[in-house]
Every structure is written in structure tokens, then in C-alpha cells.
Design a protein around this ligand. Structure first.
Ligand SMILES: NC(=O)c1ccc[n+]([C@@H]2O[C@H](COP(=O)([O-])OP(=O)(O)OC[C@H]3O[C@@H](n4cnc5c(N)ncnc54)[C@H](OP(=O)(O)O)[C@@H]3O)[C@@H](O)[C@H]2O)c1
Length: 176
């Protein structure tokens, strides 16, 4: 299926991830994968979307588990010879009122949100196929964001000690 485009959402069984899967099913021309760490929750979410007339596919993915990440990587390589869109959505957040000790919250949160996402990116980004979003606006904003970061770095060097003198407002655009 090397000619078929494929998009994948991490943590797609609920919340923002589920909404992104729904939107991709409506707009993306190709296969859309809803992934979830818990296959039961993932399959239930797929069924709910099926009831809306949408047809996402499912693959298990726990971003804290390298074996799970690599199984998905190998599957994508084998079936699609790559990946077109990766939406790194899976994440956790303790409620403000949660009484879990701060050190535990920090460890658990960083493990998933930072290191888990890093592991997924390290394993899946090498599969990303070259492409160009079909929206000039999005491309312009990606360029603007990168430009601002470069300018901020230059200003930090040339105008040391003046604090932050550059800020930029730009909508993030996740699709590659
Ligand atoms: N909602 C907001 O206002 C907001 C604002 C800024 C950023 N965000 C970010 O947007 C993303 C989604 O937020 P949300 O509000 O939709 O959160 P949510 O409803 O709690 O959903 C989080 C999703 O991530 C999954 N997940 C957690 N740990 C995982 C792991 N180790 N492997 C795979 N999946 C995992 C969850 O799976 P389970 O169901 O199995 O737990 C769930 O599907 C998060 O990264 C969050 O930090 C949200």
C-alpha cells in the first residue's frame, strides 16, 4: 500500500485526540489511524466514529513503551512504507487539586509528555514522507515561527542583558 497516504494520532480514544481523528477522517485523503494505549478504549472510540459514518483504523500505541512504539513503526514501514502525518497528542495532566506529591507528579508527567513524545518522534519521524501542506497560510506560519526563533537567538547574542525583546504570535500548525 505504498501509494496510500496515512495519518496517525496518538492518544486518539478521547478528548482532543478523538476530535482530531474525527476531523482527519472527514478531510484527509488516505488512511487515518486512531491509536490508544488501551485497545478496548481504542476500539470503542473507533466504533463510536463508525456510528458517525467515519472509518478510522486502529493500532495500539503506548507512548511510554518502546516495544509498543517500535511495533507500530515496523507496521507502518511494512504496510505503508512510511507515514505522512503524525499528530503527537497523547499526554497527561494532574488536576490542580491533586494531592500526589510534586516529585511524583513531575516524574510521571515528564515521562509521558516529554520522554514518551520524544521516543515516538525519534522512532516515527524518520518514516515521514516528504510533503507540502495544501495551505499557503499554514506554510507561511510555520516559516514565521521558525524565523522568530532564529531572530530571538540572534538578538540574545547581539543585545545581551536586555531580556526578551521579541515576541511572536502565531498559530501552531501540527500537520507535516
Ligand atoms: N484540553 C486542553 O485544554 C489542553 C490544552 C493544552 C494542551 N493540551 C494537550 O492536548 C493533548 C490532549 O489533551 P486532552 O484534553 O484531550 O486530554 P485527555 O482527554 O486526558 O486525553 C489524553 C489522551 O492521551 C492518552 N494518553 C495518556 N498517556 C498515554 C500513553 N502513555 N500512551 C498513549 N496514550 C496516552 C489518553 O489515553 P487514556 O484514555 O488511556 O488515558 C487519552 O487518549 C494533551 O497532550 C494535552 O497536554 C490540552
Amino acid at each position: 500500500m505504498a501509494g496510500v497516504r496515512v495519518a496517525l494520532v496518538t492518544g486518539g480514544n478521547k478528548g482532543v485526540g478523538l476530535a482530531v481523528v474525527r476531523a482527519l477522517c472527514k478531510q484527509f485523503q488516505g488512511d487515518v489511524y486512531l491509536t490508544a494505549r488501551n485497545p478496548k478504549l481504542g476500539e470503542e472510540a473507533v466504533k463510536a466514529l463508525n456510528n458517525e459514518g467515519l472509518s478510522p483504523l486502529f493500532h495500539q500505541l503506548d507512548i511510554n513503551d518502546l516495544t509498543s512504539i517500535r511495533a507500530l513503526r515496523d507496521f507502518l514501514k511494512e504496510k505503508y512504507d512510511g507515514l505522512d502525518v503524525l499528530i503527537n497528542n497523547a499526554g497527561i495532566a494532574f488536576k490542580v487539586a491533586d494531592t500526589t506529591p510534586f516529585a511524583t507528579q513531575a516524574e510521571v508527567t515528564l515521562k509521558t509528555n516529554f520522554f514518551g513524545t520524544l521516543d515516538v518522534s525519534n522512532e516515527l519521524l524518520p518514516l515521514i514522507k516528504p510533503g507540502w501542506p495544501n495551505t499557503a497560510y499554514a506554510v507561511s506560519k510555520i516559516g514565521e515561527t521558525v524565523l522568530s526563533r532564529i531572530q530571538a537567538r540572534q538578538l540574545k547574542e547581539t543585545r545581551k542583558g536586555e531580556g526578551n525583546i521579541l515576541s511572536a504570535a502565531s498559530q501552531p500548525f501540527t500537520a507535516i
